[in-house]
Design a binder for this molecule. Structure first.
Ligand SMILES: C[S@@+](CC[C@H](N)C(=O)[O-])C[C@H]1O[C@@H](n2cnc3c(N)ncnc32)[C@H](O)[C@@H]1O
Length: 304
């Protein structure tokens, strides 16, 4: 471990996360809380909040460190091409129920597109920005370019998913283009998190991390936060299992409803009612075990 970095100087790293929900991010919680401690931002904004696992980790750190930070979580809560198809209100309501009583005094969930919310922030106002919205190259580049002017001179931007190469994910590509132009630090676990010092006045403690000259120390820091992030994984994995079970239950209920209404339509049809009537006439008129009864059963493909 680097001489400069001693985890015991930052007890917030060891806080137990309070927001346990489906996520793509939980492995970064100790690192995020550490960043809040060393950066002490005045204004924090997150682009892409979803169930709020990352957002609430930042808010929790702000609250436990008793900082004077205003926080804003932005999302349409409509999903996108990747985190898509989730129930618009269910996720938002679930998050609000957790978030409002704990963090409502300094934090707001803003239901908006990122573009529409731009005018609600002044240029040079944001000290910490977490970009975790739509992940294709063009989308994340757009988010970076449009929000960059909002960053203060001591501003830091975090990019989630810098280490995902699958499908349409393009954050890794943007990261490879822009990170060499700034002081930065990469974390590779949990899809990767890039830390970029966007302004000229890099906060002192962050500067030490970003300028850490010793490669081995960097590896140790990454491994430390990887292990720390894993501590809470079982809690979050259980949340995923519960989420998937609830979704499967919803799907089965919807299937059942569809089948029931198809049966109702079928039962109310003339053909069905005629066939039923005919069956009951044959049942009462044709003697049990008679050849006529067997023939009728065969003809109408039924049991009599
Ligand atoms: C990967 S999820 C965020 C995950 C979250 N940070 C966590 O901790 O799990 C991305 C979210 O960004 C939102 N999103 C994507 N593009 C957006 C846009 N242009 N405006 C507003 N919300 C957007 C989606 O609705 C989705 O909920």
């Amino acid at each position: 471990m680097s001489k400069k970095f001693n985890p015991q100087d930052y007890p917030i790293i060891f806080s137990t996360p309070l927001r346990i929900a489906p996520h793509f991010w939980a492995g970064h919680i100790p690192f995020a809380m550490f960043l809040v401690d060393i950066l002490r931002p005045k204004v924090f904004v997150e682009l892409g909040t979803y169930y709020g696992v990352s957002y609430c980790a930042f808010c929790q750190a702000v609250k436990e460190l008793k900082l004077d930070t205003r926080c804003y979580g932005l999302d349409t809560w409509y999903g996108d091409g990747i985190t898509w198809g989730y129930d618009k209100n269910e996720v938002f309501d679930d998050l609000s129920k957790h978030h409002d009583p704990l963090y409502g005094s300094f934090s707001r969930l803003i239901r908006s597109t990122f573009d529409d919310a731009l005018d609600s922030f002044q240029d040079g106002e944001i000290d910490l920005l977490h970009i975790d919205g739509f992940h294709p190259y063009d989308a994340v580049k757009h988010d970076f370019e449009t929000w960059l002017p909002k960053m203060s001179q001591r501003g830091v931007i975090l990019f989630h998913d810098i280490n995902v190469r699958e499908k349409d994910y393009g954050v890794w590509k943007l990261w490879s283009e822009i990170s060499p132009r700034y002081l930065h630090f990469d974390v590779f676990h949990e899809h990767g998190l890039g830390v970029l010092a966007a302004g000229t006045e890099v906060p002192e403690l962050l500067r030490e991390l970003l300028l850490e000259p010793d490669e081995q120390s960097k590896l140790d820091i990454r491994r430390f936060f990887f292990e720390m992030g894993n501590t809470w994984k079982p809690l979050f994995d259980a949340a995923w299992v519960e989420y998937k079970a609830v979704e499967e239950n919803k799907r089965l209920k919807a299937d059942l409803q569809k089948i029931q209404s198809e049966i109702e339509i079928m039962q109310s049809s003339r053909t069905y009612r005629f066939a039923n009537r005919l069956r009951s006439i044959l049942n009462t008129t044709l003697p049990q075990g008679s050849t006529m009864r067997r023939l009728a059963a065969k003809l109408f493909r039924t049991t009599l």
